[in-house]
Design a protein around this ligand. Structure first.
Ligand SMILES: C[S@@+](CC[C@H](N)C(=O)[O-])C[C@H]1O[C@@H](n2cnc3c(N)ncnc32)[C@H](O)[C@@H]1O
Length: 300
């Protein structure tokens, strides 16, 4: 088995409650909703939500027949199950983004919101995503922008050592990375994506401004400024829509979750559903299915 970069593990974290529900981030959440609404295709078959967390964004993918929520943390997926309820539209998968348990060319769309942020090897993570996408698929990626206005000012006034204009990622806290927009674009283009739209998000992420104005008003203003991201990006968060160039001929869409899966160890598509686990006929790995979650992190 090849080694993979470390995972920023959210197991047991109350991130959704402490960061979003009680953390004064209504403005950021509404602004992201606006960006997503403008970037998402209206309809689709299989959506892959990478680093889905507690499913905060999942209801926004209502145009898709199926959504696969993938996260490394079981407790985040449990929270997502509670939020979304029981529906055949949703498939819950515990797995590492660097070792995706999917057949190549399965999904017609994917999102990765606030998750690239945790990738120590971002190009490698993006490459695994690319493999899971069908030719012509849409990929909506959010990343934390190292070249944001605050970091530029801090750098100019000598309050920050790292250079916000240089292309390398900056790890400001262990396993938390900010990226340069040009670097992200280059990685995507080298993988065969074309970047169709770039949107800057969270223009007003300043405590004083957030205290003075209602979140709805700030988010509406944010929505107004988001298209400026096509020209310049100085916000802490950037969304982009990339499309995988269409080369190979298209094949059928998967008819069920079982038709999506491949063994993350040996890449075989020959997995058999044995009730409480999937059995890989090629390498004999067993992958647990428990409480509605397919667990591809460690084999049984
Ligand atoms: C900051 S949260 C974002 C959650 C959600 N996308 C949102 O915006 O509300 C990042 C999520 O990425 C997941 N994650 C981090 N590294 C991962 C990896 N290597 N594979 C799968 N999930 C990962 C974490 O478990 C966490 O739930």
């Amino acid at each position: 088995m090849t080694t993979t970069p470390p995972v920023c593990d959210y197991e047991g974290s109350d991130y959704q409650r402490s960061f979003w529900d009680q953390g004064g981030r209504k403005y950021e959440d509404l602004s992201e909703a606006i960006a997503l609404q403008r970037l998402l295709p209206e309809t689709g078959h299989w959506m892959l939500e990478l680093g889905a967390g507690a499913g905060r964004n999942t209801p926004r993918y209502s145009g898709f027949e199926h959504v696969v929520l993938l996260d490394y943390s079981l407790t985040q997926l449990e929270q997502a199950q509670q939020r979304l309820g029981c529906s055949h539209r949703f498939v819950f998968v515990a797995a590492d983004i660097y070792r995706l348990p999917f057949r190549d060319r399965s999904f017609d769309a994917a999102t990765m919101i606030r998750a690239l942020h945790h990738m120590a090897d971002a190009p490698r993570a993006l490459e695994t995503v690319k493999k899971a996408l069908r030719p012509g698929a849409v990929f909506i990626l959010e990343f934390a922008n190292k070249k944001n206005l605050k970091s530029i000012l801090r750098y100019w006034f000598g309050r920050q050592e790292w250079n916000p204009f240089s292309l390398e990622a900056v790890e400001f806290v262990k396993l938390n990375f900010n990226f340069h927009p040009r670097a992200v674009r280059t990685w995507l283009e080298e993988l065969g994506f074309s970047v169709e739209k770039v949107r800057t998000v969270s223009h007003f992420r300043m405590n004083l401004v957030k205290r003075l104005f209602p979140a709805q008003v700030l988010a509406a203003l944010d929505g107004f400024f988001q298209p400026t991201g096509a020209l310049v990006q100085f916000t802490p968060s950037v969304f982009l829509r990339a499309r995988l160039k269409s080369t190979a001929s298209h094949h059928e869409y998967p008819r069920s979750a079982m038709e999506l899966f491949a063994c993350p160890d040996c890449r075989s598509e020959n997995l058999v559903d044995e009730g409480d686990h999937l059995f890989c006929r090629e390498c004999s790995a067993r992958w647990t299915f428990h409480n509605g979650v397919y667990d591809f992190r460690l084999k049984k």
